[in-house]
Design a protein around this ligand. Structure first.
Ligand code: GLU
Length: 299
């Protein structure tokens, strides 16, 4: 049976969408159309402190303005915490996730005590030092004791333990351009991340866990998103293998940069879509700014 491709745009309502989001949303929407597939919108609102109904409404307004239509109902991650929690509990039972008690300060202090003051300590693709191997080795009894004492902690994935449970190597198909006509195979390197946070003490998920579960629950086949998430794919592929989830294909598209060559951020509101619209910009202006032809067909 040939199933039609499923694309998705998955913004977080923790700030205003900017030109980079417009590129991502439009690429997904146009590709879904040209590939005779489906286009889904997912609201990634697990950060209940920073995500607001007003930002969520602004996402709908901005996408409507761009002429994008999506399927209903929209999946909102905050409505699926029990699903994430069930998977987290399974990983805890399987001893693949452990409570990590060290604060950022503890980690810094630990690393600076290593032989060369941490100079050769491994860092993840974002430049953050790997989590020290201390808590992974704690006995079950000690873990229980510390958790019962109310100490703050996060649930971290034992990446080495996870790699030992799956068949390797793991890889993914990466499309090379917006036509999705050409692709190459990329070897995933989850170990480059160290033991990542999979859930918080009071939020039973993290971005990585929720994103792989939702992509599977929504049968997403093609993940089209910015190049800034290229390396995250390594850890997400590991989770997909570990949880027996289907393997999507990926296209990590170019980023829209500001005049200084930096990635746009949600706080730089002058490139925010709402601000541009209020200042009289048209959808054609947006297309020009992000380098997409107005009626340009893809694929
Ligand atoms: N929610 C993520 C963001 O807004 C995107 C997740 C993804 O496309 O995988 O950056």
């Amino acid at each position: 049976m040939v199933t039609s491709p499923v694309f998705r745009f998955a913004p977080s309502p923790n700030g205003a969408l900017h030109l980079g989001h417009a590129l991502s949303a439009l690429l997904n929407f146009r590709l879904a159309h040209s590939q005779h597939g489906r286009f889904l919108l997912r609201i990634e609102d697990i950060d209940v402190e920073r995500c607001t109904p007003a930002f969520e409404q602004a996402i709908y307004d901005d996408l409507n303005w761009l002429g994008i239509q999506w399927e209903h109902p929209v999946r909102r991650q905050s409505e699926h915490f029990s699903d994430y929690e069930a998977v987290l509990k399974k990983l805890i039972r399987e001893n693949l996730v452990y409570p990590a008690f060290m604060s950022r300060g503890d980690i810094r202090a630990y690393i600076s005590e290593t032989a060369d003051h941490g100079k050769s300590w491994p860092r993840d693709p974002d430049g953050v030092p790997h989590y020290p191997p201390i808590d992974r080795r704690l006995s079950a009894r000690e873990r229980r004791k510390r958790m019962a004492s109310g100490a703050p902690f996060a649930w971290r994935l034992d990446v080495k333990g996870a790699l030992a449970r799956i068949s390797q190597p793991i890889d993914w198909t990466e499309f090379l351009d917006e036509s999705l006509a050409h692709s190459e195979n990329i070897d995933a390197r989850p170990e480059s991340w160290g033991d990542i946070v999979l859930a918080r003490k009071d939020i039973p998920t993290s971005y990585h866990l929720a994103v792989v579960l939702d992509d599977a629950r929504q049968s997403v086949t093609h993940i089209v998103r910015g190049r800034d998430l290229f390396h995250a794919t390594s850890i997400q592929r590991l989770l997909q293998e570990l949880l027996n989830l289907p393997k999507p294909s990926y296209f990590h598209h170019r980023l829209v940069l500001d005049e200084n060559g930096r990635k746009l951020s949600k706080s730089e509101s002058d490139t925010g879509l709402g601000k541009l619209r209020a200042a009289g910009a048209t959808v054609e202006d947006v297309m020009r700014l992000i380098g997409l032809g107005a009626g340009q067909e893809l694929g």
